[in-house]
Design a protein around this ligand. Structure first.
Ligand SMILES: Cc1cc2nc3c(=O)[nH]c(=O)nc-3n(C[C@H](O)[C@H](O)[C@H](O)COP(=O)(O)OP(=O)(O)OC[C@H]3O[C@@H](n4cnc5c(N)ncnc54)[C@H](O)[C@@H]3O)c2cc1C
Length: 346
């Protein structure tokens, strides 16, 4: 069988690149082995403001301009909702934080995303003595449903193989690659933290950033916005709320831990005072890069091998822009921005 591209991994990165191929009528085959699950457990929140310091997220405005139509198109394609627009309410801890918020509202890059009013509403079960600052144009992508639907779509068309890609079986020629029964012009690796097992690209400085999330059932918590305090809490409907996430820079496993659960519940109880029960607890590893920028580019010796990775903590916003940039680089020779190109490391 002959295709234009082999794709390894169908999380957000693989999905965005595959969709780019589909739009451009390129043929492809995807390999997916469920060895990583960052995109399946992600909170899916997109938010252009760093909520600790009230500074703009790197390239957020440009990324959203590509990401929002990207998810809209997928909603049309699958006739299903994935993009849930939701306001984010940042709980202020002090008057100083309120002042920092209003100072940041004057920044022209941030002003379209930050409401200048101090929100003083009271909500049962939420401690917010200094009120809230409200973010605009924010939301949440249901990444799990989107990826499941995309994988099913590919599966029905026999465009995905649910098996591990075995790197040692890849044969590389000048203008093509061969893998078992397949010949392809190019191969793009989108394995998330699984990149660390890839002998062609494992020199890239990937850093594990494990995250854990819980889902709680809290019938007395009546909020229809996303609360950001020590953690994110966002409503899923039916009195269910997703709560997250932890950051662990050492643990390379994807299993939920007791330690993670204690951290989440302890932090949650600093600002949520109503009773709740935990109904789900998940974990995954964010593919984060040392310099906190994504990874795109070709192998220095084998130009038909490419990588798309390093989505870090903000895969929802970055993946569509990064996939487009890599496609334009591979197919149209448009140079990659230095900040995302792997030439900064290899
Ligand atoms: C707890 C948590 C919360 C998060 N919350 C948010 C959030 O609110 N907003 C946001 O934007 N981002 C969030 N993220 C980050 C986001 O999940 C990532 O940026 C993004 O999902 C990474 O996508 P990816 O496709 O690069 O990697 P992955 O999702 O890990 O996908 C890689 C895929 O490759 C497959 N694979 C790997 N090796 C092989 C192989 N050899 N053969 C076949 N298949 C292979 C894996 O099975 C996997 O499906 C969160 C992450 C975590 C863990």
């Amino acid at each position: 069988m002959q295709v234009d591209y082999i794709i390894v991994g169908l999380g957000l990165a693989g999905l965005a690149f595959t969709n780019e191929l589909k739009k451009n009528k390129k043929s492809f085959l995807v390999f997916e082995d469920n060895s990583q699950n960052s995109s399946m457990v992600a909170g899916g929140v997109y938010n252009p403001v760093v909520l600790k310091r009230f500074t703009p997220v790197w390239n957020a405005t440009e990324q959203l301009q590509i990401a929002l139509p990207f998810y809209k198109d997928l909603e049309i394609q699958f006739n299903k909702k994935y993009d849930y627009k939701i306001d984010i309410y940042r709980v202020f801890k002090s008057v100083e934080e309120q002042n920092n918020w209003f100072a940041a509202c004057d920044n022209p890059t941030l002003s379209i995303f930050m409401d200048t009013k101090l929100i003083k509403e009271k909500h049962e079960g939420v401690l917010a003595n200094f009120g809230y600052g409200k973010l605009l144009n924010t939301g949440r992508i249901d990444t799990k449903s989107l990826i499941e639907d995309y994988r099913n779509y590919l599966s029905e068309r026999k465009l995905i193989r649910n098996e591990s890609f075995q790197y040692e079986a890849l044969k590389i020629y000048d203008n093509s690659v061969e893998y078992k029964d397949l010949i392809a012009l190019k191969i793009v690796f989108c394995e998330g933290f699984g990149l660390t097992n890839n002998p062609f690209f494992n020199e890239l400085p990937m850093q594990e950033a494990k995250g854990e999330l819980i889902t709680i059932h809290a019938p007395n918590l009546n909020v229809d916005f996303l609360i950001k305090a020590a953690l994110f809490v966002f409503p899923l409907g039916d009195n269910l709320y997703k709560v997250g996430a932890t950051f662990n820079w050492k643990d390379k496993t994807q299993l939920p831990t007791e330690e993670g659960k204690i951290e989440l519940t302890t932090k949650l109880e600093t600002f949520i005072t109503v009773p709740y029960t935990i109904v789900e607890h998940v974990a995954g590893i964010r593919p984060t890069v040392k310099d906190r920028r994504p990874l795109a580019g070709k192998h220095p010796k084998h130009p038909n091998l490419a990588v798309l990775n390093g989505l870090g903590t903000r895969g929802v916003m970055i993946a569509p822009t990064l996939a487009k940039a890599l496609y334009n680089y591979l197919e149209n020779g448009i140079a990659l921005d230095k900040e995302i190109s792997i030439t900064r490391f290899l």
